[in-house]
Design a protein around this ligand. Structure first.
Ligand SMILES: Nc1ncnc2c1ncn2[C@@H]1O[C@H](COP(=O)(O)OP(=O)(O)OP(=O)(O)O)[C@@H](O)[C@H]1O
Length: 252
């Protein structure tokens, strides 16, 4: 029997007169990679923001691992095991890569990092080892002592991914992880995400690059004008005329 890690139930969200999400239902099964695709402005980022508690829906619910998230802050949702890689990487530019990865590791081991940041130094050696290993996993091992500001855009995204992975999230949400990357960097990122998939981590990925989507996704949901117009396996989505009309046959 499959196990739903993330359940989005009948979510609505408007910004003023604009309906960004209407009647959105989504089920993400444990260990799968679920892609959300759709044209620009379809509501994909809004949906991820609702899932991580950055945007509160007007109605409907998000349930993670059986827990209703309605009243949880983004920090609490992160502590429950949900991590997100943003469209614009959220890193500490003045710190080294190693420090960037150690910070969320302290947070996930000891509760909110903001509370007692340096009371946790006894863990430092173990955390440092794991941070070095995680940087190596994402291909940034040799740059561990460099300042994060000096990285290329693609490497910043890989760094942010390392910052998520070290938290061992149950659910990883990726908002256009290959946007702006060269084909070479995109392929490296796809390989990395495949490795993570082999470890059984559940992922939701927003992506415009269909090569990436069809390389990684077990299931795909298509958003258009704030509504899910189709959900299914990659083959079902490829053959769905509504999807071809709304998305695949369009500008993308
Ligand atoms: N904070 C906000 N205030 C007002 N309107 C917003 C806000 N956030 C998003 N929107 C609008 O909601 C709609 C959905 O935006 P969203 O960013 O979720 O789409 P998207 O599918 O992620 O688009 P893209 O692929 O271009 O990133 C758009 O019309 C956008 O302009």
């Amino acid at each position: 029997m499959t196990n739903s890690v993330l359940h989005v139930a009948d979510v609505h969200k408007s910004f003023g007169g604009l309906r960004a999400l209407s009647d959105v239902d989504l089920n993400v099964e444990e260990g799968t990679t679920h892609a959300i695709i759709g044209p620009n402005g379809a509501g994909k980022s809004t949906l991820l923001n609702v899932c991580v508690g950055r945007i509160k829906p007007d109605s409907g619910h998000v349930v993670f691992n059986g827990e209703v998230l309605d009243n949880h802050t983004p920090d609490e949702i992160n502590q429950l095991g949900v991590s997100r890689v943003f469209q614009t990487p959220e890193i500490f530019p003045d710190l080294t890569l190693l420090d960037n990865v150690m910070i969320p590791a302290f947070a996930s081991r000891d509760g909110s990092f903001k509370l007692r940041p340096f009371a946790k130094l006894r863990h430092e050696a173990a955390v440092r080892d794991e941070a070095e290993k995680t940087l190596a996993d994402v291909g940034l091992g040799v740059m561990a002592e460099r300042e994060a500001a000096s990285l290329s855009r693609g490497d910043k995204r890989r760094l942010e991914l390392a910052m998520c992975l070290i938290q061992h999230p149950k659910l990883l949400l990726l908002d256009e992880p290959t946007a702006g990357m060269s084909r070479h960097d995109t392929n490296r990122t796809v390989d990395l995400l495949k490795t993570i998939k082999e470890r059984g981590m559940t992922k939701v990925i927003i992506e415009h690059d269909m090569h990436v989507v069809f390389s990684l996704a077990d299931r795909i949901s298509v958003l258009a004008q704030g509504r899910i117009i189709a959900s299914g396996t990659p083959d079902e989505i490829k053959g769905n005329p509504k999807v071809q009309e709304a998305y695949l046959g369009g500008a993308h």
